[in-house]
Design a protein around this ligand. Structure first.
Ligand SMILES: Nc1ncnc2c1ncn2[C@@H]1O[C@H](COP(=O)(O)OP(=O)(O)O)[C@@H](O)[C@H]1O
Ligand SMILES: N[C@@H](CC(=O)OP(=O)(O)O)C(=O)O
Length: 422
């Protein structure tokens, strides 16, 4: 059996759903298929906006919710002429669950509320996709991922309980797959108390990898708006090249450093099972894309990863002692407690510097916590460039008119935190 993952860009409108159905029809003839689908277009961002408006008690909360409903019903109207199609009711009922929640006071923890509200995006998109596949004669079974991907209750970044998840998936899904195409949600899971959890933004790739690993799938394919994994994000770089073959190792490194084409947690579960991962274009579905496998061949060309909106935080012991293990352990504890991920770091005798994403609320709290024990300086509005398989020419290419504030090099990877020259 195979696992396909369709992200938000592939189902951003009615034409996207039709295109998805065409791809599925072309592949489901002789192989069992499970498809993992994300929320449509940028709906997760809209649902985040709705959650924060609700938590703050903003006046526009109701209007934001109505806009989200209207967006989906416009797509449904375009796809299903027959208004008696069960999809109309199924989607309306899914929205009712949130309506009830929005009518109450926002007294639960914001992270818990976030997961209950934001997960609606995937629950609705999969209803639409499953119903459309049935309409075009591809028998599909809508399946609630919350019953299979079992997690702890770290809302917004839940950890998968692998044994329980594997048990549930292996118990029920093989018989569903014999009957038709299984359509399920990316990004969401369920806690042992049956509350909804989410796996972190852009976590649908990871969901697909979990299903893949637990079902020992033959392969996993993620369908994207790019021809495959490129040597840089085409949004930032004009001349990009497709990488036809990529090792799991290089894929992990690239995604860890921020190549957003694949969620970083995706590769490990499928690498452990030796399952190939294909990244292909939903715009040109017949083209080959990138194959991520056990190949030992290193990347044929240097790859560039850009992260903007970085904050470089430099931490000094208040007594001007050296940065020793005890200080580092304390610093990492504070970073961990504030759920801040370090993008790159460097230490010297008397300071320790980290570059992190500028999530305003988190960084404010982080700096306050660090300042209790250390002297802290920070610089925002920076860029982090990572070059895998770098050479001097590639470094020169990205540092034109830039001041480099921090540089970290290993044998294959060079990272630079920089800003525009004044
Ligand atoms: N190395 C890379 N190769 C290809 N695409 C990349 C790379 N790095 C970043 N991207 C970006 O990833 C995007 C696709 O991922 P994403 O938008 O998350 O898709 P979806 O949400 O549909 O799953 C591309 O449009 C591209 O801008
Ligand atoms: N919808 C979620 C999960 C996800 O992975 O989406 P996408 O596949 O569109 O990146 C998000 O936007 O974070």
């Amino acid at each position: 059996m195979q696992v396909f993952k369709f992200g938000g860009a592939s189902v951003k409108d009615a034409a996207g759903v039709k295109n998805l159905a065409q791809i599925v029809q072309n592949h489901a003839k002789d192989k069992e298929l499970l498809i993992v689908v994300s929320a449509m277009g940028k709906i997760t961002n809209k649902l985040e906006e709705l959650t924060w408006a609700f938590v703050r008690g903003d006046e526009n909360t109701h209007q934001l919710f109505e806009d989200i409903k209207a967006f989906h019903f416009n797509i449904i109207n375009e796809l299903f002429e027959d208004h008696k199609n069960p999809v109309y009711n199924d989607v309306a009922n899914t929205f009712v669950e949130i309506e009830w929640l929005l009518e109450e006071e926002a007294s639960d923890s914001p992270d818990y509320l976030y997961d209950q509200i934001v997960s609606i995006g995937e629950l609705v998109s999969t209803r639409i996709v499953a119903a459309y596949l049935n309409q075009v004669g591809c028998f599909s079974i809508w399946t609630d991922a919350r019953g299979y991907i079992k997690t702890d209750n770290t809302y917004r970044e839940a950890n998968v309980l692998w044994d329980k998840t594997e048990q549930e998936i292996q118990k029920h899904l093989p018989s569903f797959l014999e009957q038709g195409i299984v359509v399920t949600q990316g990004f969401i899971g369920g806690t042992s108390e049956n509350f909804t959890s989410t796996l972190g933004r852009e976590g649908s790739d990871y969901s697909a990898a979990i299903f893949c690993a637990c079902l020992n799938a033959e392969s996993m394919t993620i369908w994207k708006d790019v021809p495959g994994v490129l040597n840089a994000d085409p949004k930032w770089f004009d001349e990009t090249e497709k990488i036809a073959q990529l090792s799991y190792h290089d894929a992990i490194e690239l995604t860890y450093y921020g190549a957003t084409v694949i969620h970083p947690k995706t590769i490990k579960p499928i690498q452990n099972k030796g399952i190939p991962l294909y990244v292909r274009s939903f715009i040109q579905p017949e083209a080959e894309g990138t194959a991520i496998t056990t190949t030992q061949t290193p990347l044929p060309i240097p790859s560039f990863i850009f992260k903007v909106n970085q904050v470089l935080i430099s931490i000094f012991p208040k007594d001007f002692s050296f940065i020793i293990e005890e200080n580092l352990s304390h610093i990492f504890d504070v970073l961990h407690r504030n759920r801040v991920k370090v993008n790159t770091m460097l230490n010297s005798a008397i300071s320790f510097s980290v570059s992190v994403d500028n999530d305003e609320q988190k960084i404010k709290q982080l700096i306050a916590d660090l300042s209790e024990s250390f002297k802290v300086k920070y610089n925002s509005g920076l860029e982090l460039v990572t070059i895998r398989y770098y050479n001097q020419q590639t470094i020169d290419r990205v540092t034109v008119n830039k001041d480099v504030l921090l540089e970290v090099k290993s044998r294959h990877t060079c990272q630079m935190v920089m800003k525009d020259k004044a």
